[in-house]
Ligand binder design. Sequence first.
Ligand SMILES: C[S@@+](CC[C@H](N)C(=O)[O-])C[C@H]1O[C@@H](n2cnc3c(N)ncnc32)[C@H](O)[C@@H]1O
Length: 246
Amino acid sequence: MPVKIKPDLSAAFWRNYFRIYDRLAATRTNRRLIGRAVDYLRVGPGEAYLDLGCGTGNSTAEIVRRGGEVLGLDLSTFGLTRAQTKVPKAGFVKADMDQSLPLAPGSLSGALAINSLYLSHRPEQVLGEVFVILKPGGRLVISNPRRGAFPQKILEEELQLEKEYLQMRYDWLNAKIRLAVKTAIRLADFAVFLPFQLVLKQESPHFEHAEFWGTRAKAAGFSIESVDNTLYGGQNDTLVLVKPLR
Ligand SMILES: C[S@@+](CC[C@H](N)C(=O)[O-])C[C@H]1O[C@@H](n2cnc3c(N)ncnc32)[C@H](O)[C@@H]1O
């Protein structure tokens, strides 16, 4: 049976993507995803971490904020340039995660891959390599959109979180007006972003279920500590993977 090999998404795709991406990265739903994923990483002050497919550095910034030393790795020069400006304390490297990872065995306390591992063409190899570069007891947190994920659920969660915030902060009328304005802004943001998401959905090699990631993580040697399917409007599966002590 012929195998259709999809081309890699181009540098131009990511450049245009990142021009609008940071507007959505600032949403409450995305900040909740990053916050929870970094909680799962259990950042220790001065410990070393890898942010795999770091993009413009939003999760990198959160690890630094909690005292970790981070190396952000990404293919996109445009994303890395933004990340460097945003998080001057972190190190950054331009590399393809599908090639070998430029880190020594046993050198990291943890690694994070938010919305990036599903873009890998060789997830088994990447999981195997991360396993090797982690210290025993080290943690890998991966969060990927599930097969059949609905982007509108992410928007729904965003508006719900915004509503809860505004209701706490403002009187009834003020909260209503502000929510109406915020809804219009977010609808426009999501509408502009939708074509990019559709391309990602078509081109990404691995829009998969949690079982897919769990099976491959176990084959690489990890134990699965937990699976969280509540984040990003309930559209992402977030797995907490641990390298056993021995
Ligand atoms: C959807 S963005 C997520 C960025 C970031 N993790 C976040 O949550 O804000 C996916 C990122 O993965 C990167 N990426 C895709 N394929 C990659 C590869 N083979 N090696 C390294 N980075 C890759 C892209 O350049 C992009 O920055």
